[in-house]
Unconditional design. Structure first.
Length: 212
């Protein structure tokens, strides 16, 4: 398998087609979070313009085995998001995703970032956790009063990590101790229907893990 940076508009167009075809092949019953196809295309095109490209494709012969790309949005001095990692249906579960993720993590570390984040997608949480990503529940409240209600009503098995204001929302970050459970999200929205939430998987690249 050969991994190379995604550098040209032509490559991005081919990978976009690969991603759309791949999604059309999948049955997606009960999918709550739609995959951001057009957002990923825009992010990838944006990186083509930049000097530092943190996006790579994996080829097996003439086949696209998969690709991985980061996101420019929400990037700050130490954190960066994986925008997408997509592996061909033909090459699923043979290690392509793991290799791509490891490869980009090394490049990300070299570029000076410390924390890699990935937003939750159905069916991929086991994959992230096997690569030492830790799930955190992020709760978004419209005001300080609702945020206080969140903080005062944590369930056992949850640990408060941080709270801050971002884009007009009050964000509460909760450690769910490795248990990304859907009912936790429902629980918080039942406290107040103005609350929204998501899981974000994080890996600290400066830490050593025993299972890498
Ligand atoms: C998620 C995805 C990238 C995984 O790619 P992959 O190449 O099949 O994963 P790997 O073969 O490298 O798997 C690594 C480990 O995760 C496990 N794993 C991968 N997918 C899994 C799944 N759906 N359910 C359970 N375990 C899974 C593998 O068994 C393997 O475990 P091991 O290390 O104990 O052997 C791939 O399923 C995919 O393209 N999904 C659709 C796109 C998507 O949702 N991307 C993520 C969000 S951007």
């Amino acid at each position: 398998m050969k991994i190379t940076p995604i550098k040209t508009i032509d490559e991005v167009k081919k990978l976009y087609k690969f991603m759309v075809d791949r999604y059309n092949q999948e049955t997606r019953e009960n999918v709550l979070i739609p995959f951001p196809l057009s957002e990923t295309y825009i992010e990838m095109m944006g990186q083509v313009e930049q000097k530092e490209k943190l996006q790579f494709k994996a080829m097996i012969g003439d086949d696209i085995a998969g690709f991985i790309t980061t996101s420019d949005k929400d990037k700050n001095g130490s954190d960066i998001y994986i925008q997408a990692i997509v592996v061909s249906i033909k090459y699923l579960k043979v290690g392509v995703g793991k290799v791509l993720l490891k490869f980009i993590e090394q490049k990300i570390k070299k570029a000076g970032y410390k924390i890699v984040k990935i937003k939750e997608r159905e069916g991929s949480n086991v994959f992230y956790m096997k690569s030492n990503y830790v799930p955190y529940l992020y709760i978004y409240s419209p005001n300080a009063e609702v945020a206080a209600k969140v903080k005062n009503n944590l369930l056992s098995g949850m640990e408060f990590v941080d709270e801050y204001e971002k884009d007009g929302k009050y964000v509460t970050k909760i450690d769910v101790l490795g248990e990304p459970v859907c009912k936790y999200k429902k629980y918080f929205s039942s406290l107040d229907d103005s609350i929204s939430s998501e899981y974000i998987y994080e890996k600290n690249l400066t830490k050593r893990y025993s299972f890498t």
